[in-house]
Design a protein around this ligand. Structure first.
Ligand SMILES: Nc1nc2c(ncn2[C@@H]2O[C@H](COP(=O)(O)OP(=O)(O)OP(=O)(O)O)[C@@H](O)[C@H]2O)c(=O)[nH]1
Ligand SMILES: [Mg+2]
Length: 193
């Protein structure tokens, strides 16, 4: 079993050319701004402030690399769907991600995070179809499930079915409830080892 607590922040990169060179496999976390990407990293690693989180969207601006147990890199990406103060995060994201997704031969897995209280956005759907078309391995991670009731969860399931997403690739998590992370951790471990 991988020790997620054995984690080191490596660097913030502006793109793939700037990525660390250790050659570990990479697990990239993408999703709309505020969906809970940085919180998920903290929860997976049982740390409170490893990755910076914020209730204000647009907090993470670069690709942040975390070394997990000297086995793989967990990569926190900037969120999309939010522009503030003249910086168009969508443009930044598109530029970074294009080069990243196309060139990252070490990219072992993409975690596409979706807020359990929201529908897939156009950006989410674009990424999803990109991942499918390019045969990238991905999981859909439904976040903040501590905030939804059974009825709302059923709506999420309905939507996943409409989008023809294989249930095997879906994980329901809450960064506030560690036990919800166990199966996701195990699945990641299988892929990176
Ligand atoms: N209730 C609840 N709140 C959460 C959960 N995960 C994240 N949040 C909250 O949602 C907000 C955004 O979380 P972040 O982890 O910063 O989101 P992000 O996706 O990294 O955001 P950007 O870096 O802006 O793209 C914060 O206020 C978190 O505390 C969760 O599982 N449950
Ligand atoms: Mg973040």
């Amino acid at each position: 079993m991988l020790n997620y607590k054995n984690v080191t922040f490596i660097k913030s990169a502006t793109g793939i050319s700037d990525a660390p060179q250790a050659g570990y496999k990479e697990v990239l976390i993408v999703g709309k701004s505020n969906v809970g990407k940085s919180s998920l990293i903290n929860a997976l690693c049982s740390r409170n402030q490893l990755a910076f989180t914020s209730s204000k969207p647009g907090h993470t601006r670069l690709l942040n690399y975390y070394d997990i147990d000297h086995t793989f890199y967990l990569v926190d990406a900037p969120g999309y769907g939010y522009a503030k103060g003249g910086i168009d995060l969508d443009e930044l994201f598109a530029k970074m991600m294009n080069s990243y997704l196309l060139e990252a031969s070490r990219l072992a897995l993409v975690l596409l995070l979706i807020d359990s209280r929201r529908d897939f956005s156009d950006n989410d759907l674009e990424i999803l179809s990109y991942l499918k078309q390019n045969n990238k391995k991905y999981f859909i991670v439904i976040t903040k499930i501590d905030k939804v009731n059974q009825k709302e969860k059923a709506l999420v399931d309905k939507r996943l079915k409409e989008l023809d997403i294989n249930k095997e690739n879906v994980y329901y998590v809450s960064s506030k409830e560690t036990r919800t992370l166990t199966s996701l951790k195990q699945a990641i471990e299988k892929i990176v080892q």
